[in-house]
Design a protein around this ligand. Structure first.
Ligand SMILES: [Zn+2]
Length: 79
């Protein structure tokens, strides 16, 4: 979502409604995505505490329903 006008984020560098520069938003979204991917790899490798930590960091940057489930699963498996 655009932090200036709250228009839906469409994956473009400039907001289609207010023209705000969304480069930083895109960088953060991409970095959270990479962190969730790393969390999934940790999950497959049986590293559950690492899964939870990576998913949690990704959620702090950009909250998604998939990230929330990944964080909850990692936390449950890590005990
Ligand atoms: Zn906007």
């Amino acid at each position: 979502m655009c932090p200036v006008c709250r228009a839906r984020f469409r994956g473009e560098r400039v907001c289609s409604r207010c023209g705000a520069d969304l480069t930083v938003v895109m960088t953060l979204v991409a970095s959270a995505w990479r962190m969730r991917q790393a969390a999934r790899q940790a999950l497959a490798a049986g590293e559950f505490a690492r899964t939870r930590d990576l998913a949690s960091r990704a959620q702090q940057i950009c909250r998604t329903p998939a990230g929330r489930r990944l964080e909850a699963l990692g936390a449950w498996l890590a005990g």
